[in-house]
Design a protein around this ligand. Sequence first.
Ligand code: BGN
Length: 296
Amino acid sequence: MELVTGIHLFVVQWLFAPINCSLWNSSNPVKIPLCPIISPFLVGVKTPVVDLSIEWEDVFAKYDVVRCNGHLKPSSCQARQKVALIVPFRDRYGHLKVFLNHIHPFLMRQQLDYKIYLIDLDDDILFNKGLLLNVGFLESGKEYDYDCYIFHDVDLLPENDHNLYRCSDQPRHMSVAVDKFNYKLPYVSIFGGVSAMTKDQILFVNGFSNQFSGWGGEDDDMFNRLKFHNMTLMRSMDDVSTYKMLKHKQSHPNPKRFKLIKTGMERVKQDGVKNLQYEILKRNEFPLYTYIKITI
Ligand code: BGN
């Protein structure tokens, strides 16, 4: 079984371009056909391997086809969407290793043109997921013409590659069935975990609120933003959108989140991507991802 999986991965990787990173973002002079709507490499359910003791070198070596700071695209066909995967991050390197080890082959099998961005915040500032997702959107958009932005928690591993990492004509909540919640939606308006939005959809609602410091609520506020702008939230089938959640200590919930949610729509015009001020502290390009650390 391991051998079959290994051969399959080798074939999928072989079909990706040998990389010349400096030419990476320019358009391909040779016309290649569009990739099929459904990639022939999909395998369906593949239980994520949670090996926290795996070495970084082994993860890098395994996916050495990814060499442009986490950016990859198929060579034999033109991907249907260019996808930025935005991962808000704080000091969870153990999870990151497992996540990268799982997500790269998953995205390759979907024949996407994709890049992974890790967005971190100054250690002295309380974690703020919405703000980091906004920064990820703004920074990734500066370097490539992405069609789709996928906001992704580092502790969620998709179990089925028929859960397609692409955007639709309405914002989409993707982590519908998570093992921690017994594969059931915890509540109908949930938008946290993994979600997909196009550039126009994000700009239309002014991105996420930057006010939710600490754990919880930024996704509920986003749901209100979508509703406020008469958008419809889409969800994939729950038998396909299944995820495994990596175990971690529960973060400290923000006690102000209830009030912030209640008053959110009063601030929607001035609190979001359009007015966000930040400074980049660090930008490191790693083979499997690009790391950006900011302060406000
Ligand atoms: C909810 C959180 C979400 C989080 C989900 C899943 C709040 C606001 C309370 C009204 N919302 O409870 O942010 O994504 O749990 O963990 O805490």
